[in-house]
Design a protein around this ligand. Structure first.
Ligand SMILES: Nc1nc2c(ncn2[C@@H]2O[C@H](COP(=O)(O)OP(=O)(O)O)[C@@H](O)[C@H]2O)c(=O)[nH]1
Ligand SMILES: [Mg+2]
Length: 206
């Protein structure tokens, strides 16, 4: 076998090491329909080089994936994105960006296993692509918040209108975010952590 390219596989970089103060690591999933910004969010917020499994869209996806609103997208994540962010010295989040396309649902069982919570990204031009995702999180009892990714030509709705359209209960936070911006993505994750904390305090977490 030819190992000529093995020098491209390097060991962990110094910045990849967990801080020695880290005490808790939790798994968070970033979900939503095709092209809502999952890969972008994991990439913008991760402090390690995000691992992204992208595959150029093939004929197999044509007519199957609903790609309205993401016309310029040439690749779609078929497996997942993976990243890490330290929220405090002690708390580390592992982020898993999970595909929302129906034909990849078989991947979900494992990906949701052990997840403390989820961010559901939505694109207001295509709310329906994130409906199923929310249903599946509810089925599995994974608490989530909704983040409205700010695409420039996407219509803007008052939060309460979105809540009704998405059929979400009062307590589920709905926030605006720009997945391309680290600060915004981080704020979104902080909102999720506060929400999870409040659920834990009220005894609502399973
Ligand atoms: N304007 C704008 N574009 C975004 C934003 N987030 C993602 N995009 C773009 O939308 C496309 C789809 O994003 P991507 O992260 O690949 O979506 P995914 O399929 O959910 O992983 C890409 O071309 C991104 O550059 C955002 O917050 N604002
Ligand atoms: Mg992606």
């Amino acid at each position: 076998m030819d190992f000529k390219n093995s020098d491209t596989v390097t060991g962990p970089r110094k910045e990849d090491h967990l801080p020695h103060t880290a005490q808790a690591a939790v798994k968070i999933v970033i979900v939503g329909g095709f092209g809502v910004g999952k890969t972008t969010m994991v990439g913008s917020v991760s402090e390690i080089k995000p691992l992204t499994t992208e595959e150029t869209m093939t004929q197999a996806g044509v007519g199957v994936d609903d790609d309205y609103g993401s016309e310029s997208k040439t690749a779609t994540t078929v497996a997942m994105d993976f990243g890490r962010i330290s929220i405090t010295d002690q708390l580390v989040l592992y982020l898993f960006g999970t595909p929302g396309q129906e034909r990849f649902w078989f991947l979900w069982n494992g990906l949701f296993e052990g997840a403390l919570g989820a961010v559901v990204l939505i694109d207001t031009r295509r709310l329906e692509v994130s409906f199923d995702v929310m249903g599946r999180l509810e089925e599995r009892g994974v608490p989530f918040i909704v983040a409205v990714n700010s695409f420039p030509d996407a219509p803007r709705y008052p939060v309460e209108e979105l809540r009704t359209a998405l059929d979400l209960s009062e307590d589920i936070p709905i926030v605006d975010c720009d997945a391309r911006r680290r600060a915004s993505s981080r704020d979104t994750l902080m909102t999720l952590m506060r929400f999870l904390h409040s659920l834990a305090m009220s005894g609502a977490l399973r």
